[in-house]
Design a protein around this ligand. Structure first.
Ligand code: ATP
Length: 233
């Protein structure tokens, strides 16, 4: 579904992503793990069109989307849930969710998807009229995911959904990611929480200083000695 080939991304002279290639298959949960500064966020932002690569190719659903605008990429069915869950703090929960559907005109479908989001995140339904800025960290993460789902994406890009959350909330978020995936949404998840990310993944790639250094089925990497020593302690 998503194919990244020989991707190179720079910030001025800093070569942040160095010839990265990987693939996410239709219907799977794929994770990209790696330490701070490995280049995970840079890769996601390049896929979603927020950054331009120096070279390389990104294809989604068989179409070359390299260098396309974020809006065009979203309309194709690729939605990103940003790091540190940037929600619109002054707007209510409902308004945030409605914003997620800004590319759509199918009122009935939007209504249906709102119900689906409320079903996955009952806590959001209880707080519909509350300004998003007053939600807890976990609730804001749920809202950021719900908002992305309102575009009815084929694929979701998630940037460190566990960051800053209590362990019990991390479990809840990961179980929701699984549920969303079961409804047919392909997932690419970027995480520093390697154990969690490997447990949930069908397939994983390990990133270190801008390069992919290892890959395999999620559970097999959990027992891989080099991955264990570098990322799992
Ligand atoms: P983290 O988990 O800390 O977000 P990451 O794996 O997502 O780490 P990136 O944020 O993609 O890593 O950063 C990759 C490299 O690019 C790092 O060396 C970082 O310092 C550098 N970098 C990231 N953003 C910028 C920027 N706006 N300007 C200059 N360098 C940047």
């Amino acid at each position: 579904m998503l194919k990244v080939e020989e991707l190179n991304v720079y910030y001025d002279k800093i070569h942040a992503v160095k010839g990265v290639s990987f693939e996410v298959r239709d219907g799977e949960i794929c994770t990209l793990i790696g330490a701070n500064g490995a280049g995970k966020t840079t890769i996601l932002q390049t896929i979603s069109g927020l950054l331009r690569p120096k070279s390389g190719k990104i294809s989604f659903d068989g179409v070359d989307i390299t260098g396309h605008s974020p809006n065009k990429i979203l309309v194709r069915g690729l939605a990103q849930v940003p790091e540190s869950r940037r929600v619109f703090g002054q707007m209510t929960v409902l308004e945030n969710l409605e914003m997620g559907a800004f590319t759509r005109r199918d009122t009935a479908g939007i209504r249906e998807d709102l119900e689906m989001v409320f079903h996955s995140f009952p806590r959001l339904k209880e707080r519909l009229r509350q300004p998003a800025g007053t939600l807890s960290g976990g609730e804001q993460q749920m809202l950021a995911m719900g908002r992305a789902l309102m575009s009815r994406p084929k694929m979701l890009l998630l940037d460190e959904p566990s960051m800053g959350l209590a362990p019990i909330l991390v479990d809840e978020i990961f179980s929701i990611i699984r549920q969303v995936n079961k409804t047919g949404v392909t997932v690419l998840l970027v995480e520093q929480n390697a154990t969690k990310a490997l447990e949930i993944a069908d397939y994983s790639y390990v990133l270190s200083t801008g390069k992919i250094v290892s890959s395999g089925e999620g559970r097999s990497l959990l027992t891989d000695a080099s991955v264990r020593s570098a990322y799992l302690g």
